[in-house]
Design a protein around this ligand. Structure first.
Ligand SMILES: [Zn+2]
Length: 570
């Protein structure tokens, strides 16, 4: 048994996330957490909402609510949707927590003492029309790198280059559209990331097993152009972690807050403290402090590719630079993007399926299966309704659902609702067991390596083995002449239902639980070998024919949904 700390990139508070966000971090993280728990490992799986910064302030203003109340409500909403998708967080925290404020101030002080934080007078964009300094995201203009005309002041979404507002060509305020922006001097704390460049390069070079997507992005940011840049960690805003030092106002930084990118990843640690303070755990240090037992923890982070620079460079600067024995990430699993029907998901245009809408039309397992089996691992992936319909109908209804329905109904009609006795296994059974052993080993290896699509393909192949077996041995025909052999075949196939429930639970937890309930067992032990696993339900063991496990999606439904989620055409 090993100990695994798992975090998913924390979703921003302002609004409900779409399916592309879900499959880019939270959902595969949940798959991995569920799998590791099923294998008997000790897991702490954490996530939170990312609540600070100007987008939250503006969204609250638009909703007519104080920002703290807006965030509290949206946290509840996101938490309920996470439950709806069966995301099995041990804790779903909030970056606006008192724990995170204290930790953020602590790290800033440590970094300051280590000479890695310094005060700089800098020039920020001030908008006289708006009467305020404009945060980077609220300035848009043309990207100097690629010429994209909707680049934000912090990053170009087209070429992903990290930007400074001063880099933009023809900048304007996103709030008012004002172009009379002027530079004004203001003092801010800066994190001297450049001073840690060699340490980071050595650390990243030592990660031989990281996915190429992760290390290539990290190295690009480390070395491209002038290399890793120092970054401001404070902002002229009201909503955020106050800039305090040892509990007192930080001289020269009165009224300022930490920049959201600095406090957000620290919430990974704070979420563990919140988990303890909520009475759900008793010791967060043994997960996060290598001087308190975290040395044997394997820490895996999940995120979309846009978050890789912060997790490979900025957050490690905070951790390493503190000089304290905090746990560093061991493995970063990053994802490309899911696109929607030939374009991008768009919150403003209501384009694509969002988490609440998805659960309104179908149960979570349907989405979990499609999203994970099509996850954007090695390249971007595209959601289309025909593909979704075909995958769900074939994999879940025709292969898994049909197998379960066929064998349980057959048994009920010929032997009753209990596992039948009699018969001796022969060559077809030996072949099935051998094929299962091979496939389960491949499935387990892929899950261990967090190869999500490959895991789904192996699981699908394991389901298909059951149908192939039934086709080959045809117990409904054998029953007429040799009921004992038909009983043996049926017993084996009923045991496959339980085995499928165990193996499938990380992907489709609700259906797996229904199958376990129908088979009237709570023996969820991960199979050591197929032969033993297929003897778990002995002759005489009662079961029930389950309700329809998965229904088919109709052409009419997909046509209606395609239209409903197409968005307002711009
Ligand atoms: Zn660009």
């Amino acid at each position: 048994m090993a100990r695994h700390l798992i975090t998913s990139a924390i979703p921003y508070i302002n609004g409900i996330k779409h399916l592309g966000n879900l499959v880019g971090s939270q959902l595969p993280a949940d798959l991995y957490a569920r799998y590791l728990r099923a294998r008997g490992h000790e897991v702490l799986f954490l996530c939170a909402t990312d609540e600070h910064g100007t987008p939250a302030e503006l969204a609250a203003a638009k909703a007519g609510l104080p920002v703290a109340e807006y965030c509290a409500r949206m946290h509840e909403t996101q938490s309920a949707l996470a439950d709806g998708f069966r995301l099995s967080f041990d804790h779903f925290g909030r970056s606006s927590s008192a724990q995170n404020a204290t930790l953020t101030q602590h790290f800033a002080k440590r970094l300051f003492d280590a000479g890695l934080v310094e005060e700089r007078v800098e020039t920020q964009v001030y908008s006289p029309t708006d009467g305020r300094f404009l945060p980077d995201r609220y300035i848009e203009g043309t990207c100097p790198n690629c010429g994209f005309d909707g680049a934000r002041g912090d990053q170009c979404d087209n070429c992903t280059k990290q930007l400074d507002p001063a880099d933009l060509i023809e900048p304007h305020s996103v709030i008012s559209g004002a172009t009379d922006l002027e530079p004004r001097e203001t003092k801010h704390l800066h994190l001297r990331q450049s001073a840690m460049k060699d340490d980071l390069a050595a650390w990243i070079d030592a990660q031989a097993d990281w996915p190429i997507l992760t290390t290539s992005i990290a190295r690009k940011w480390l070395t491209d152009g002038d290399g890793l840049q120092d970054r401001g960690i404070t902002r002229d805003l009201d909503w955020g972690v106050p800039v305090l030092r040892d509990g007192d106002p930080w001289p020269g930084m009165e009224g300022k807050v930490f920049y959201v990118w600095f406090d957000a990843p620290i919430e990974y640690i704070a979420s563990a403290q919140e988990w303890v303070d909520a009475g759900k755990g008793d010791d967060w240090r043994r997960w996060w402090r290598t001087d308190a037992g975290a040395g044997d923890v394997r820490y895996t982070q999940f995120m979309g590719k846009d978050n890789v620079p912060f997790h490979t460079l900025s957050f490690p600067v905070t951790i390493l630079g503190s000089g304290e024995p905090w746990k560093l990430v061991d493995y970063i699993k990053s994802f490309n993007y899911l696109t929607y029907d030939g374009g991008q998901f768009s919150t403003s245009r209501g384009r694509g399926v969002f988490m609440d809408q998805a659960l309104d039309i179908l149960p979570a397992d349907y989405w979990r299966w499609w999203l994970l089996s099509h996850s954007p691992e090695t390249s971007d992936a595209e959601f289309t309704w025909p593909n979704f319909q075909a995958s769900v109908n074939k994999d879940l209804a025709d292969v898994l659902g049909n197998f379960v329905s066929r064998i349980t109904k057959f048994c009920r009609s010929k032997f009753g609702e209990a596992v039948p006795d009699g018969g001796t296994p022969g060559a077809p059974e030996a072949r099935l067991i051998s094929d299962l052993d091979t496939r389960i080993a491949a499935y387990t290896t892929a899950m261990d390596r967090i190869e999500v699509r490959k895991s789904a393909a192996e699981l699908r192949a394991i389901w298909a083995l059951g149908n192939e077996y039934l086709q080959t041995v045809a117990p409904w025909t054998v029953f007429k002449t040799d009921p004992d052999t038909a009983a043996m075949q049926t017993r084996l196939a009923l045991n496959l239902v339980r085995l499928y429930a165990v193996l499938s639970a990380p992907f489709i937890p609700d259906a797996a639980a229904d199958l376990m309930a129908a088979m009237r067992t709570d023996d969820a032990a991960w199979p050591a070998d197929a032969a033993t696993a297929l003897a778990a339900l002995p002759p005489g063991h009662a079961f029930a024919v389950p309700e329809v496990t998965f229904r088919k999606i109709t052409d009419e439904e997909t046509a209606e949904w395609a239209e409903r989620f197409a968005g307002i055409r711009g």
